[in-house]
Design a protein around this ligand. Structure first.
Ligand code: ADP
Ligand code: MG
Length: 852
């Protein structure tokens, strides 16, 4: 474990224990950042993690305690993700809403019997009567959510016409006293409004149940009935035991049997409502169900609501109790909600009114009602997202950007100086950029191209145009390896040929750059003698100032936080911005999340590239992989071998790069040169290793995922990934993209941890497709948009509760309607748009979100 991370973890815990009063450290949490930052660097913690931590904690003091909690929770999560071994010993708080950062397992709350829960006028919310039921919802589905108001991110949760009474706290409800109210806060339920927007997690549909009298032999069904009798007795001379339960539903009786589960008998009581699922059998001419699945049902509810909402629960309350409270609120308040959506939009989109939708999302009469209600609520989410995006684009475009004219002939001369001819998609991207530069508006462009599509040269052309006019450009990369590589390849392209830049006009700035040189570079940037700066986060840290920064480029933009991107942008005034990504963004996502950006897609690889041949091998076939690597090396090529972790951990049996490197060098490839690269090395050491690999001093590079992004060594033709099942699809595709960058045929070999994992869906997908776009779609489907986007993509995607970013029809419908409204009345000044305007303001807050 890394001391810096342990220390951080300790502070975070302490802070949580103290109730986020910022006293865990004298002088406040932020006061330790400087020291911590350098300690973390010494530990070899990835720069982006360091930035994520410091970025979040810097303003800690100014935050409300709730925001502090959320901030620390975010950090905790991040650390857990990055250092899985952390979670194994002392779990960081994954669920602070239950027992924030509690270290001890048994919290005193659990020991308090439910009776003591009830306040004087408070109806108690006891555990289900038949508490031992394993199947009760209480135990099966405890879902804990952040204690943040439910309605916070709901479109239209608040306008001037929303009844003020909805702000009332929950103790106004009959049966809810201070204690229960506190419990409900764990679910994010603070006010009546929060209740209204506390959508069910799922529904139990009893509307299509079969009455017992119409059951058929052989049918697979779910039946509901109440228990008439339950008996247990030994059979086969005491060798076996049978439990016999008879249930009835008014139309007939059904016999249920279970074998050798004697304890079951006592779980059933006469009159208890249960639902059973299984196959109808027969015995002596009567229908029976053998060993059915069963669970308790709430008979009371059956008759009123055939589709029963199931809500997220927390400790100490039951489904039944919460549903009752919800019913109180919904039936009274939903009809009083005024719709914020203009009638015209609603009717064209064929959607129900908001009050109807709210009623039906909680207590739907039929599946059709429910579907429409969900559609309406999902529509609102996407519609609000789109309206925000359109506004933002408008804001952006109302700003002036400096015009850079690009002489055709000059541009051609510069293209001619390149070592290769641009592909048609590169040409198109360059001309998009030229157009932006001439528009008088700041460029705000996403350059999206699969790994190896050649984005760097496009960036180089943009940089040249700016430099030619005497202004400055900055390009920021997520790792020092990548910054170093960009510096090298950009220099090569920019300093050759006619009208080229001087070598001294291009500089590299990373965390590791010696202080003296940093100073010199800063001076050069300030007096304008440095035209191009290539770097990492170091560019946005500290006192880096520019004479005239006009172009900012962010490579692998998804690796940066929103704040970091805007920090770079702030280094110039209304500068042109280009973000580059190799994450192929499915169309549905691009339209919503990146709707404010213009997009250039490079969907064609430079010619002569051969598809990478991908094979999934069993661990015991490893020798075959080694043989292939030897053959390729003999042929003058190089190989990567990737391991998922740096050090062996008992819990996670990933093979460790450090040890593997030793044994590979000594035993497997003793005649070859094997290099080692991992995240705990200092940036300078990493650069040195990469340098040697590039210079072919190493035939094989054993590495962790530090090579994941951007590394470009065209002579490498084999990518062997160990423990491949541990990687995500996007990551595997990125890693694979490190080979196949030259003209030679390349191979990707995937070896999972266990033999069984060769059937792993992701690995099979990899073997099937080389197309990042196809894989991204698959990834999006498998993981859902929240995970896909990652937490760093501000709140987008994750704020969606009803809508799915894979629902392209809905997205297009909402987008269309947003565009129409926007075209008519961009500032929503018309009377019929007034409520919508208010709802939008409330939804987006004052913050001008930066989505790029
Ligand atoms: P990425 O889009 O993944 O960042 P790079 O910019 O690193 O890709 O380019 C990948 C490789 O392709 C580099 O070695 C680069 O020199 C080469 N390359 C880029 N454009 C072309 C082209 N038009 N023809 C041939 N090779 C190219
Ligand atoms: Mg790249």
């Amino acid at each position: 474990m890394y001391p810096s991370i342990e220390k951080l973890q300790k502070y975070v815990r302490l802070e949580a224990k103290n109730g986020y009063d910022n006293k865990a450290i004298i002088g406040g949490l932020a006061s330790m950042l400087e020291t911590w930052e350098s300690e973390a660097r010494n530990d070899g913690i990835a720069e982006e993690i360091i930035q994520a931590v410091t970025g979040r904690l810097r303003d800690y003091e100014g935050l409300s305690s709730e925001s502090r909690r959320v901030t620390l929770f975010g950090i905790g999560n991040r650390l857990k993700r990055e250092f899985p071994e952390l979670g194994d010993e002392k779990p960081l708080p994954a669920q602070p809403e239950v027992a924030p950062f509690e270290e001890s397992e048994s919290t005193p709350q659990q020991e308090i019997p439910p009776q003591e829960e009830s306040d004087s006028q408070e109806e108690s919310a006891p555990q289900e009567e038949s508490a031992p039921q394993q199947e009760s919802d209480q135990q099966r589905e405890p879902v804990h959510r952040p204690a943040r108001p439910r309605s916070e991110s709901v479109p239209g949760a608040s306008t001037s016409e929303t009844p003020i009474a909805l702000n009332a706290v929950l103790t106004v409800l009959q049966g809810v006293g201070p204690r229960n109210a506190t419990t409900l806060e764990n679910l994010g339920l603070f006010t009546l409004r929060d209740m209204l927007y506390n959508f069910p997690r799922r529904y139990d549909d009893y509307s299509e149940l079969k009455p017992i009298k119409s059951l058929w032999y052989g049918e697979q069904v779910t039946v509901i009935g109440s228990v008439q009798s339950a008996t247990g007795r030994p059979i086969r001379g005491g060798k076996s035991h049978i439990t016999d339960v008879i249930i009835g539903d008014g139309t007939g009786a059904l016999r249920l049997t279970w074998f050798n589960q004697p304890w079951l008998t006592n779980r059933f009581r006469q009159g208890m409502g249960i639902s059973v699922s299984g196959k109808i059998d027969q015995y002596l001419g009567r229908l029976v169900m053998k060993s059915p699945e069963w669970e308790l049902v709430d008979t009371e509810n059956l008759h009123t609501n055939r589709i029963v909402p199931i809500y997220a629960l927390t400790k100490k309350i039951t489904q039944k109790w919460l549903r009752k409270q919800m019913n109180q609120v919904i039936s009274h308040w939903a009809p009083k909600i005024t719709d914020h959506l203009p009638e015209s939009v609603r009717l064209t989109a064929k959607l129900p009114r908001l009050d109807t939708a709210l009623l039906n999302v909680h207590f739907p009469k039929t599946q059709a009602h429910l579907k429409l209600a969900r559609e309406r609520l999902a529509f609102d989410e996407i519609f609000f997202l789109q309206m925000g995006v359109l506004r933002q684009k408008q804001d952006w475009q109302s700003i002036m950007g400096r015009i850079f004219d690009v002489p055709e002939e000059w541009l051609q001369t510069r293209k001619d100086a390149l070592p290769f001819t641009l592909t048609s998609v590169q040409e198109k991207a360059v001309s998009d950029i030229v157009m932006d530069f001439g528009s008088g508006r700041p460029m705000n462009r996403l350059l999206q191209g699969d790994v190896g599509s050649g984005k760097t040269v496009v960036a180089a052309m943009a940089i040249e145009i700016i430099a030619h006019a005497g202004a400055q450009s900055a390009i920021m990369a997520p790792t020092s390896i990548l910054a170093e590589q960009h510096y090298r390849s950009l220099s090569e392209m920019l300093i050759v040929g006619e009208d080229a830049l001087q070598e001294s006009e291009i500089r590299l700035l990373v965390g590791d750059t010696p202080a003296i040189r940093k100073q010199e570079i800063r001076e050069g940037l300030l007096d304008g003698s440095v035209k191009v700066i290539v770097g990492t986060h170091a560019l946005i840290q500290g006192p880096v100032e520019f004479a005239d920064l006009q172009l900012a480029i962010v490579d692998e933009q998804h690796r940066f936080g929103v704040d970091q991107r805007s920090a770079l942008r702030e280094k110039g005034e209304n500068l042109h911005l280009m973000v580059m990504t190799a994450t192929p963004i499915p169309r549905s996502l691009a339209l919503t999340v990146h709707g404010d950006l213009d997009i250039s897609v490079m969907d064609e690889l430079p010619s002569g590239r051969k598809p990478i041949e991908t094979h999934v091998l069993r661990p015991r076939e490893r020798e075959r992989a080694y043989t292939m690597i030897r053959a390729q090396v003999l042929d003058g090529k190089q190989a990567f071998i990737i391991y998922p972790l740096v050090e062996e951990s008992e819990k996670i049996e990933a093979r460790a790069a450090v040890k593997e490197h030793e044994s590979l060098q000594a035993e497997v490839f003793h005649k070859l040169n094997v290099g080692l690269l991992h995240g705990r090395m200092k940036p300078a050491e990493k650069d040195e290793v990469m340098e040697k690999f590039r210079a072919k001093e190493y035939d094989i590079l054993v590495a962790t995922t530090v090579v994941e992004v951007g590394v470009d060594v065209p002579n490498a033709t084999v990518m062997l990934i160990e423990g491949a099942d541990r990687f995500g699809l996007a990551q595997l595709h990125q890693l694979r993209g490190r080979v196949g960058r030259g003209l030679d045929k390349s191979y990707c070999l995937l070896i999972p941890t266990d033999n069984d994992d060769t059937e792993n869906e992701r690995l099979l997908a990899m073997a099937e497709s080389n197309d990042g776009f196809v894989l991204a779609e698959k990834d999006l489907q498998q993981r859902g948009p929240g995970d896909f986007l990652g937490t760093r993509q501000s709140g987008y995607g994750t704020g969606l509760r009803m809508a799915s970013l894979t629902d392209i029809d809905l997205i297009e419908k909402a987008r269309k309607r947003a565009q129409v409204i926007f075209a008519q009345d961009a500032n929503l000044e018309k009377e019929e748009h007034k409520l919508l305007g208010e709802a939008l303001d409330h939804f987006w807050g004052d913050t001008k979100g930066d989505m790029s």
